[in-house]
Design a protein around this ligand. Structure first.
Ligand SMILES: [Zn+2]
Length: 639
């Protein structure tokens, strides 16, 4: 009875999370980061990591750990006199060996200003391969956690280190630009436990009342993806053939009755998702090892390479974490500024999976919900500015990094305007940056080169820029012509005053027609030929762009054309033309706001000469009895 009640509560929580799929990424965030100084980072960038070998005792009921970690690396600089690494100051170092046998006196170890960064005098030459083995013990307070599932009662010790907490439980180099080539995670634990980790389980050795798990991965891996999860797990595994390759899907679930039946369908969906993403972005990048999940009691998931840690299983969450194996793990963001290349893509791929599973209504609704959330505040950029890099809550900001990042990728797909080119570009991206990392400028350059499109405006407006546009559209139809005036304002005009992204407009009437209009300035008139009667306009009906819009049909009067004078060309050279159905005044201001020209014209078509003006930007104010319009005029005088 009690269990049934718990199950019901759990089902309600999972349901609530499905309704609000975004509230699931809790990475035990702290607001202020401790990161190494440029000096220490420079020291660590003098060597290249080859391998981590972790050999630790870990139990499921404590974060106390003991054992050793060996770092195998090679020297990148002409010589290396200082080996720097990171390890939390709460970890007590017992002994250090260089190249297995050379014991380094602990008195030689210095912390030099930062408690987490340690320095060891060495004497190594360029390209020399060396190993440092650090024996240590202590109770971890970050990076490794111990919690009990409130629903299932299982107690688990699990790692969660993104972005800077790997050093909470093993000595390491926390630099995104240096993936390790291989990892061994060897854990000795009580024989009632199982240990989940990266790669292949190459050995399980019984040692009396203890057991020793040996995991090995030989795919390159970023430091924050090295993981461990220790608990009294049950294993539920299956093999899925993807593109002719058998892929093991291994799941370590709480060994509690009811867990497997409750989640089995969702876990089984992992097989379909592996196939779906492999078709779109290339074969699952770690097919020679496995994909898997270790359950741990936290409210979300973490995409540990080949062994995601997940608190529960829903389609959205499982898809998101699996998507990271391509976007995040195979190709890792080059700096934390570029985290949208991990999280924006994982979020977008969850949407793709819902569309791919045939549930368009749900996917469309979630896209709309994401847009609404993005617009719940006026500002913020997808790209994380340098000044925000010590703020973990900004790096993993759900509204900007996840949702606006995903929405921007959707806009990019629209701008590429060719789905097979869009997906081929991303497939090639997975090949080009395989086992490596990518920054935002590199990504822009790569996509531009693949698609032949100049995407500078897109990146300036949607990735580095802030906010979103609001389109106020006024329109009327006269015979076979639709007259539109689009007045674009933006939510952060001081940062991003204008979005140049083309706008789709659906014309609804005696038939439907989708047109695309490319804005060049904030207030602009357009004439569109139509062969049918239009009753209504819908701005951006497919939600390609984060935007708000109002549409107003200008009611025909005794003088139905008595609105919206047309001004063209713009940019102008020696003159512009005004088409107006009634007497209209025109004022021209220069950029300083000074009135430099004033005239009035009767109804009709008139040329306004500009030969006495210098090239540059001007503001026009056009007034008649039906309204006042302001717009920017660019003048490129031809000499
Ligand atoms: Zn994620």
């Amino acid at each position: 009875m009690k269990k049934a009640l718990l199950l019901l509560i759990f089902a309600l929580v999972v349901f609530a999370q499905k309704k609000n799929p975004y509230a699931i990424y809790c990475k035990n965030l702290r607001t202020q980061l401790q990161i190494g100084s440029p000096y220490h980072r420079d020291l660590m960038n003098r060597y290249d990591i080859h391998s981590y070998i972790l050999d630790l005792q870990i139990e499921r009921d404590t974060t106390w750990i003991a054992g050793n970690t060996t770092i195998i690396a090679s020297v990148l600089t002409t010589n290396l006199d200082t080996f720097a690494f990171e390890l939390d100051s709460l970890m007590q170092i017992d002994s250090i060996f260089l190249n297995n046998t050379q014991k380094i006196p602990l008195s030689n170890l210095s912390t030099a200003g930062s408690e987490r960064i340690l320095k060891l005098p060495v004497n190594l030459t360029q390209n020399q391969v060396f190993s440092v083995t650090i024996h240590y013990h202590g109770t971890a307070v970050r990076g490794l956690y111990n919690e009990t599932s409130q629903f299932w009662g299982s107690q688990i010790t699990y790692s969660l280190t993104e972005p800077y907490d790997a050093a909470g439980w093993f000595p390491c180099k926390q630099e995104l630009n240096d993936k390790t080539d291989s990892v061994h995670v060897i854990v000795t634990t009580d024989s009632s436990n199982k240990v989940g980790s990266n790669g292949i389980l190459i050995n399980v050795t019984p040692l009396g009342n203890k057991v020793r798990y040996h995991w090995r991965s030989t795919y390159p891996m970023a430091y924050y993806l090295i993981s461990v999860a220790v608990g009294d797990y049950q294993e539920y595994s299956f093999v899925r053939n993807v593109q002719g390759v058998p892929i093991l899907v291994m799941n370590y679930l709480y060994d509690v009755p009811g867990v497997l039946p409750f989640f089995k369908n969702e876990i089984d969906t992992t097989g379909w998702l592996l196939e779906f993403f492999s078709d779109l972005f290339g074969l699952y990048p770690f097919a020679q090892e496995k994909y898997g999940h270790s359950m741990a009691p936290f409210g979300g998931g973490m995409e540990h390479q080949t062994m995601t840690t997940q608190g529960y299983f829903t389609f959205w969450l499982t898809a998101h974490e699996l998507a990271h194996q391509w976007f995040g793990d195979n190709v890792t963001c080059g700096r934390w500024n570029d985290i949208w290349l991990n999280e924006g893509f994982a979020t977008y791929l969850s949407l793709l999976a819902i569309w791919g599973a045939g549930d368009s209504a749900t996917a469309d609704q979630w896209l709309q919900d994401m847009h609404n959330d993005i617009m719940s505040q006026p500002g913020g950029s997808v790209y994380v500015p340098d000044a925000m890099l010590t703020d973990v809550n900004r790096i993993f900001n759900a509204r900007l990094t996840y949702r606006k990042g995903a929405a921007a990728i959707h806009t990019l797909r629209y701008l590429i305007a060719n789905d097979s080119l869009f997906f081929q570009t991303l497939k090639n991206y997975q090949i080009q940056f395989k086992d490596s990392f990518c920054t935002t400028p590199q990504f822009q350059q790569f996509v531009e080169q693949q698609t032949g499109k100049n995407l500078q405006n897109f990146f300036d407006e949607w990735i580095y820029g802030e906010g979103y546009p609001t389109y106020n559209v006024q329109w009327y139809q006269q015979n076979d012509t639709l007259y539109l005036q689009i007045n674009q304002t933006t939510s952060m005009p001081s940062v991003t005053p204008f979005f140049s992204t083309p706008i789709e407009i659906l014309l609804q009437g005696t038939k439907d027609s989708l047109i695309q209009i490319t804005p060049t300035q904030n207030i602009e008139n357009f004439k569109v030929p139509v062969g049918f009667t239009v009753n209504n306009l819908v701005v951006d009906p497919n939600n390609w762009i984060v935007n708000q819009a109002t549409v107003t049909k200008v009611v025909a009067t005794a003088q139905p054309q008595a609105t919206l004078p047309l001004i063209y060309p713009n940019p102008a050279e020696d003159y512009f033309v005004i088409e107006t159905p009634q007497r209209t005044r025109i004022k021209i201001y220069d950029v300083t706001g000074e009135l430099v020209y004033i005239t009035a014209v009767d109804s009709g078509i008139h040329r306004i000469p500009l030969i006495s003006f210098a090239s540059g930007s001007y503001f026009l104010v056009i007034e008649n009895d039906t309204g006042v319009w302001r717009r920017k005029l660019l003048l490129h005088r031809i000499k």
